[in-house]
Design a protein around this ligand. Sequence first.
Ligand SMILES: Nc1nc2c(ncn2[C@@H]2O[C@H](COP(=O)(O)OP(=O)(O)O)[C@@H](O)[C@H]2O)c(=O)[nH]1
Ligand SMILES: [Mg+2]
Length: 233
Amino acid sequence: MKRKIKVILVGESQVGKTSLITQFKDQKFKIGYIATFSNDRIYKNITIDNETLYLEIWDTIGQEKMRALNKIFMKNTDIALLIYDVTNQRSFDEIKYWHKVIEDVNGKDNVVFSLVGNKSDLYENQVININEGKKLGDELNMDFFETSAKDFESINKVFINVCKLFSEKEKKKQKDINLYDSFKNNKINSKENDIIQKENNNEKNININNIGINNSIILTTENNKKKKKKFKC
Ligand SMILES: Nc1nc2c(ncn2[C@@H]2O[C@H](COP(=O)(O)OP(=O)(O)O)[C@@H](O)[C@H]2O)c(=O)[nH]1
Ligand SMILES: [Mg+2]
C-alpha cells in the first residue's frame, strides 16, 4: 500500500486555509465564510516526475482560534504550510509561533515547511509586501510563495514545490539508510572474514612437531614455539 503523506495547513483563523485546500482539491473558490469540512482531512494524489504521491491534507476545525491545535493534528506531519494573510499584520507576526509549535511536536528537520502569504489578489490592502515574506522565509529556512485562493495555479505551485522537496528528502533518507546497512553488513562480513582468516592462520601455523611419550602429539604454533599443547592419542 502506498504511504500517505501528511500535510497540514496552519496559521491564524481567517487567513484562508480552508479556501486554499478547497481550491487545490476542487478548483473552486467561495466568497464568504466556508464551514471547515466536517471531516477534517481530504485526500489528493499529485504526480511529480512520474512519481505519484498520495496526500492526506489536514485542515483545522477552528481550534487555531484558541491556540489549541492538538497533538493528533500536529504529530507525524510530513509537510506543513504556514499560512498568513498579506492584508493582516498579526497573522504574519504569528508565523514563528506556529513554526515552533510544529517543530516542538515533530522534532527539528523532520517536516518540510513552506511559507505562504495568501490573499495576494487583495493587493490594494496588502500590508505585508513580498520582500518581507521572502525575508521571513529565508530566516526560517523555507521557500516562500504568495497565493490567492481564487487562483488554482498559485496554490498548485506551492504543492508541487513542497512535494518535490519532500520526495528528494525521502530519497536521500533512503540512500543514507542503504549506505548505513551496507556499511554495517560489510563490517559484519569483514569481522567474520577476520575470524575465519585467523582460524585458518592458526591451523596453518600449527605443526605436529613430534610424537611424545605415551603417544601424545605435541603441537606448536610457528608464531609462538614456546606454547605447546599436548593431546593424548
Ligand atoms: N480575496 C480573497 N479572499 C480569501 C482568500 N482566501 C480566503 N479568503 C476569504 O477569507 C475568509 C476566510 O477564509 P477561510 O478559508 O475560511 O480561512 P481559515 O479560517 O484560515 O480556514 C473567507 O471569507 C474567504 O472567502 C483569497 O485568497 N482571496
Ligand atoms: Mg478553516
